[in-house]
Structure formats: structure tokens, C-alpha cells
Write a protein that binds this ligand. Structure first.
Ligand SMILES: [Zn+2]
Length: 385
């Protein structure tokens, strides 16, 4: 979901970073506070004061959001769920969990921690509002903790809606899972509700944009609806994939005996004899079984044709480093994660430095479909990228 990200640093060991789309959210909130909230609450407030308060309010909002995500992350870590970091993006923040909670109880506490943290902040900021007001601070200053109290309450309530992937959806899944003991069915119900809620937001947003002439607000709803709808469906599909890969190793699902090329072959030779013949996008470069690197059709495209007859594969291949390889003994779920994170969706499988196969996201997905059709009794995939 995320591309290039800006890293702020670490809090409690979790990397805090922002997706470029976060800048849009930041500016949108800053602008709506400076030109909407503060002038509406305190008519006659000076523009400079409003913008200053808006900036502090926006920073306070994102600090609150981080507090919410940190609460999820700390509880997740205590239950052995690995958290890859916290990312701020267009629609808020996300603690990126790299595995599923092991029990309904773990899921309940991990999901509940965020809204609880937001509720706590809402109460705390409400208390601060009272103290600041009693101390006789000017009105717009009192508005700042008041805004943060309201926004944290809104964060808690919105996240508690029972629509996966929001916290309320996770709580619902934990409850269903705890009662029925079937993660798959619990996820299905919670995801369907998430998809339904997403569609509701899209319809509501379209209505606002068209009937109420609130175009910006309406489109914002539509965008959030599309995001929630897509995420709910994807989460369910990913869970099904994971469940079918449980207990399998990369060696079980890889394509054995892949077509390899020799480092001493010329580019012309591999174009004529390998690329046009097998139509794969990438080939491991190996000498015997020893893996040396890999070469792809795209690299070949980048080389001047006149040089094809003399240039050797070994001179232009990409290295077979750990980013391009995975051990045959690694579990298949890890392979799925790494393939989904890679742009080319392709990894070479090794066993003590020797090439034993390749695994591609496309093949793994085909394998999962086969397994679903045959009721979990398919053999390893045979095609290759
Ligand atoms: Zn949350």
C-alpha cells in the first residue's frame, strides 16, 4: 500500500514514518482549523492567532493519532505480533502488523487499546480545557485543548464502528472468533461489514457532493469509503491465503528446476535461445547449481543491440543477494509477505548457496486458487514467471 516514505525516527522502538500523501491530510486539517474551526468558534479572532492555534492543533491531532497507534503497537508486541512500524498517510495512521494475533483475546486487547487510548486523551484534554478556562486564559487558547478533546473522542467513536479493518471491526472479529472458534468465518463477517460500510460512505459522499453541493466534503467521504471497502476485501483474501499456506515451506510451493542461464553466454545467445523460447521475465544465472545472480528481460532491453553479440551475462547480471533469494526451508507465509512487498514479485530459492527453484507471486496465487478448488490437496505450482 505504501511507496516511498519519510522516516521521523523511533518511539518505544517503533519506526514512525509518513507516506507522501500524509502532507495532503496535514494541510487539509491545518486549513480547516485556521479558516473554519477557530474563526467559527471565536468570531473576530486575528488571522495570525487562528493560524498559530491551527498549527498547534494540527500537531496535537497527529500526536494524538500516534498515541493511538502506539497503544495498538505496544499491546501487539506484548502478544508476540511483530509491528513493522507506524505510518501516517492520507487517511490517518496505521500500525503495520506483520502477522495475525494468535488468539481472540490477543486481538481483543490489541484492537481495543487504540480507542481506549483516544478516550483517555479525550478525557485528559477535556480536563485541561477546564483548568485553562478557570485560569482565565483568552478564549481562542481555551479552544485548543477543547478541539483536541473533541477530536480524540471522534477518533475513538469512529474507530469503534464495527467495520473491518477499523478497530471496531477487529473487536467484532475477536468476539465472533472467541464464540465460534473459527477465524476464517469471523473475518468473513467482519470484512463484509467493512465492505458494506465502505459502500455506505461512498453513497453518502456522492449524495453530499451532488444533492447538498458539498463537493470537497463529499469526495473525501467517497475516498475514505473506497479505501475501507478495498481494505476490508483485501484483508479477508490475505487471511485466506495465509491460512492455506500454514505449515508449508518455500520448498513445498516453489517451481523446481527453473530455466537458468550461464554467466559466459552472450546477451545475443540468451535472447535467441532462452528469452524468446521460454517467455519468462527473469532468469537465475548459475554455474552448475551454484547461484551467481539473475538477469531479466528488462535489463536486456536497456542494452544497445550492437553490444548483444559480445557482452556476457556475467558482466550485466544483478547480484544474488539476500533481497533476491529465500531459503527453501523458510515458511511459505514469509515468502508470500516478501513477494507482495517486492515490485517484481519473484524470488530465487536457495539451499546452502545452491539454486533449487524459483517462486513467483503469480505462481503462488495460482497455487492458492488450485488448493481452494481442490479442497487443499494440490501439489506444488508448475508454471513460472
Ligand atoms: Zn486504531
Amino acid at each position: 500500500m505504501f511507496g516511498r516514505r519519510f522516516v521521523f525516527g523511533r518511539i518505544l522502538g517503533f519506526e514512525i514514518r509518513a507516506d507522501p500523501t500524509w502532507a495532503i491530510l496535514f494541510l487539509l486539517i491545518l486549513w480547516s482549523l485556521a479558516s473554519g474551526f477557530f474563526p467559527a468558534m471565536y468570531p473576530g479572532v486575528a488571522a495570525g492567532t487562528a493560524w498559530g492555534l491551527a498549527l498547534v492543533g494540527t500537531l496535537g491531532l497527529f500526536a494524538s493519532l500516534l498515541f493511538h497507534e502506539l497503544a495498538h503497537s505496544v499491546v501487539a508486541r506484548s502478544y508476540g505480533v511483530k509491528v513493522g512500524g507506524i505510518t501516517l498517510f492520507l487517511f490517518g495512521g496505521a500500525a503495520e502488523m506483520e502477522s495475525e494475533p494468535a488468539s481472540p483475546r490477543a486481538e481483543l486487547l490489541i484492537a481495543g487499546a487504540g480507542p481506549l487510548a483516544s478516550l483517555f486523551l479525550a478525557v485528559a484534554f477535556y480536563g485541561v480545557t477546564g483548568v485553562v478556562a478557570t485560569a482565565g486564559a483568552p478564549d481562542p487558547i481555551v479552544g485548543l485543548p477543547y478541539y483536541l478533546a473533541v477530536v480524540n473522542l471522534a477518533l475513538a467513536v469512529f474507530n469503534l464502528l464495527p467495520a473491518f479493518p477499523m478497530d471496531g471491526g477487529r473487536l467484532l472479529r475477536a468476539a465472533l472468533w472467541g464464540m465460534g472458534r473459527n477465524l476464517r468465518r469471523a473475518t468473513k463477517v467482519a470484512s463484509r461489514m467493512g465492505q458494506g460500510f465502505g459502500l455506505l460512505l461512498i453513497a453518502g459522499g456522492a449524495f453530499q457532493a451532488i444533492a447538498v453541493q458539498n463537493f470537497v466534503g463529499g469526495m473525501w467521504w467517497v475516498l475514505i469509503g473506497v479505501f475501507i471497502h478495498g481494505n476490508a476485501g483485501m484483508t479477508y483474501k490475505r487471511l485466506l491465503d495465509r491460512l492455506s499456506l500454514k505449515g508449508l515451506t518455500v520448498g513445498d510451493v516453489m517451481t523446481r528446476r527453473p530455466v537458468t542461464v550461464d554467466p559466459d553466454s552472450t546477451i545475443q545467445q540468451i535472447v535467441d535461445e532462452v528469452i524468446y523460447r521460454y517467455h519468462h521475465h527473469r532468469y537465475p544465472v548459475a554455474s552448475g547449481r551454484r547461484l551467481l545472480g539473475w538477469i531479466g528481460a528488462r535489463q536486456v532491453q536497456g542494452i544497445e543491440r550492437a553490444r548483444w553479440p559480445e557482452l556476457r551475462v556475467g558482466e550485466v547480471m544483478a547480484p544474488a543477494d539476500t533481497s533476491a533469494t529465500i531459503p527453501a526451508s523458510a515458511d511459505a507465509e514469509t515468502a508470500l509477505d516478501r513477494l507482495q512487498a517486492r515490485r517484481d514479485g519473484w524470488l530465487m530459492v536457495t539451499d546452502r548457496g545452491a539454486l533449487v527453484g524459483v517462486v513467483a507471486l503469480r505462481d503462488l496465487q495460482a497455487y492458492l486458487r488450485l488448493r481452494a478448488e481442490l479442497g487443499g490437496r494440490a501439489g506444488p505450482p508448475q508454471a513460472s514467471a
